[in-house]
Design a protein around this ligand. Sequence first.
Ligand SMILES: [Zn+2]
Length: 281
Amino acid sequence: MESVIFSVDVEAWYDASVIKTMQPCLNTEKCTDRVLEPMLWLLDTLDTFGGKATFFVLGRIAKKYPNLVKEIVHRGHELGSHGFEHIPLTQRSITETFDDLTLSKNIIEQISGKTVKGYRAPCFSITAKNMQVYESLAQAGYAYDSSVFPFSLHPQYGVSDVPLAPYYAHEQILEFPLSCISLLGLRFPCSGGAYFRLSPSLYTKRCMSAITQNNRPFVFYIHPWELDDAQPRVGSFSLNYIRHYSFLSSTRKKIISLLENVKTVSFEQWIQQSNHILSLR
Ligand SMILES: [Zn+2]
């Protein structure tokens, strides 16, 4: 069974929470999305290495770029939802959350002709404060989620007391927590995004080995804007600035190195392959 699940949160550079923090008045309607070039590079690179992935597409992006959604399906990958607007669920009511979950799912399904089973919340925003989201996910027709970071060191997200391996967070919803390693009683994130960009490749490789040897899937994630070193710079020099813009020029090389060493699968493929262990209920 292949144990590295490759996922992509398909959103524009200005959807990142640190951009909104650094430049809250940014007029995003005047910004170019800069999604297509990095996405096509990613699709071509996955093809080169025979890797598969799950693409959690923002509903707004799917509506604007329907041919991109169709291309993802044409290349044999899985589609999931990243919500319609990139607003953390911790800032939304249950009704707003349900409407967003349903709208994004419907749009992606209408464009692709495929059933959307998976969801990833903007900014990993399923936390101990809004676990009722799982009921909304079930009602909206989702079967799995990958939004929970199982550690407590980040100020905006994370749940410290959930399992590190996939678990049923709701009778109908299988949760795939983002990958963390456990060391000296503490949990450290290693699954992707800034944790992938800002740490040495050896850290990711060691964590990946430790996690897969423990029979857990390594859940990797990346964003198109992390492959785009030429994106506009906003904000002033700060920790957020460093976190968002550092090592963007080396992300593509690091992804190639990862794909050279492991075969990646989508969530859907992993669930099918591990049917004797876990299945969608
Ligand atoms: Zn996102």
